[in-house]
Design a protein around this ligand. Structure first.
Ligand code: 4AD
Ligand code: MG
Length: 446
């Protein structure tokens, strides 16, 4: 008997199959029991008819608790009305092996749960269709980004998690004692190491967990998140934007190709995603400030008016990005931010030292920044000066500075936050649902 996975059920119409999974829901209708069974790859309705089964087994099914684990054999038939993901198919039950009858007190029983309760039971919450669908989309996004980079001449280089110094500013470091070497910090970014790696390999990327002791309690911030960081030698800001839009488009297309049932079950309107093609609009920070200011003028809501206050030189907050990107259907590049709001390593804009060669990619529909990147400073002396200005320890950056002495070249790179990308593509509010076990300032359990 073929053990199949529910996401492949369309290939087995009319055949007898076996599935292994868990009872997600059960409804009894006299001589019929409907079990909605999830097997990790999907949800399928299994219909047990009293006349087809031994009496004891049928009676057992009638009172089988949610989450009991089962192995079910039966014939697959197409039926448009059958619920499930993908749905439209059901299994006529011939036999059932009950692997474990679950305890009756399942905490995530099928009713409304508050977010805190759900997060406390994250180990069970991930079994529910919405969370399951989001995390399936996440896996596809990760697969697609690697696929694109591996297919376009990038090589994966793993960068360290334990590091001697800050990359994105000293305020958000997690620190730990490191034997006799003093303090070590959890990585905020693998970028600095990738700048060494490209001088050996040309085009590289790292992908791993990133740690920020962010005090921000917004729906866009986690303390532990996953970042993809490509870095390229002989690459300027414009060339990098082309790489970003190609890669992001590839990711969106893969998700649309492979994750339709999940997006549908999340109620995601995919019409805007379908329009995503290069080129993405490019606007300067200067113009973005003017646009936000005009939007602020137009609003009558006093609270919005306060939140949207902006002056040249300020970094954008979430409300600014939300407002700006709600007017776009495609992701939009904002380039040339003020030097004072960005990290120490960014190349100055030619002839405008108050601006740097940075670019953020903001996702549409109000989602905001998903990628931050820049052209990197190539000059040894200016870089040393910046390290001092930012109060960073020169000793820890000795190796980084040396990269500017031996064959320095124009180079650029960016970091894409996986969780924010998942939130955008799934159309969900809060990034705490985009990672299996979220870490925020208020949560390290479970
Ligand atoms: O803009 P960021 O801070 O850029 C860097 O770290 C660069 N060193 C990357 C590089 O050039 N190699 O972070 C990049 C992205 C953001 O655009 C956002 O998507 C995500 O990482 N990110 C976060 N995601 C969740 N929670 C947080 N606290 C995040 N901080 C940044
Ligand atoms: Mg950023």
């Amino acid at each position: 008997m073929a053990i199949i996975r529910v996401d492949k059920i369309t290939d087995y119409t009319g055949q007898e199959v076996t599935i292994q999974g868990w009872v997600y829901n059960r409804t009894d209708k006299g001589k019929l029991v409907f079990l909605l069974v999830r097997d990790g790859s999907g949800f399928v309705q299994c219909v047990a008819f009293k006349g087809d089964l031994e009496e004891a087994l049928f009676d057992h099914l009638v009172r089988l608790p949610q989450e009991s684990s089962v192995i079910i054999t039966g014939a697959v038939r197409a039926d448009k009305r059958a619920p499930g993901i993908p749905g439209g198919y059901e299994i006529g039950v011939k036999s059932v092996e009950i692997v474990q009858e679950a305890a009756e007190d399942y905490p995530m029983a099928l009713k409304e749960h508050g977010v805190d309760f759900a997060l406390d039971h994250r180990h069970l919450w991930i079994r529910m269709p919405s969370q399951w669908a989001i995390l399936r989309v996440r896996a596809t996004i990760i697969s697609a980004m690697r696929e694109w980079l591996d297919g376009n001449g990038f090589i994966n280089m793993d960068t360290p998690i334990l590091t001697p110094a800050a990359c994105e500013g000293t305020t958000t470091l997690f620190e730990t004692e490191y034997f006799d070497e003093g303090k070590a910090y959890l990585a905020q970014s693998g970028q600095l190491y990738n700048e060494a790696n490209i001088m050996a390999f040309g085009k590289v990327y790292c992908f791993g967990p990133t740690f920020r002791a962010e005090k921000s309690k917004t729906r866009r911030h986690l303390t532990e998140f996953w970042m993809l960081e490509p870095e390229m030698a002989f690459c300027d800001l414009d060339q990098m934007m082309e790489v970003e839009e190609q890669m992001v488009t590839h990711i969106v297309k893969r998700v649309l190709r492979d994750r339709q049932p999940e997006l549908k079950s999340l109620g995601r309107d995919t019409s805007t995603l379908e329009k995503i093609e290069p080129p993405f609009p490019r606007i300067s920070y200067d113009d973005a400030v003017k646009m936000i200011d005009e939007m602020r003028e137009k609003t009558d809501d006093p609270e919005q008016k306060e939140l949207l206050k902006i002056e040249w030189g300020m970094d954008f907050g979430s409300p600014h990005e939300t407002e700006l990107t709600s007017h776009f259907e495609k992701p939009v590049f904002v380039y040339g931010y003020p030097t004072q709001v960005k990290a120490f390593y960014m190349e100055p804009w030619p002839g405008r030292p108050e601006v740097c060669k940075s670019v953020d990619l903001l996702a549409p529909e109000g989602y905001g920044e998903i990628i931050g990147g820049s052209e990197r400073m190539a000059d040894y002396n200016l870089l040393l000066q910046r390290i001092h200005e930012h109060g960073l320890p020169e000793e820890a950056f000795k190796w980084y500075l040396e990269l500017r002495k031996y064959g320095s070249v124009p180079h650029s790179g960016f970091g894409m936050g996986v969780e924010r990308t998942v939130a955008w593509l799934c159309g969900i509010e809060h990034i705490r649902e985009t990672i299996p076990f979220p870490r925020t300032i208020k949560r390290v359990y479970p």
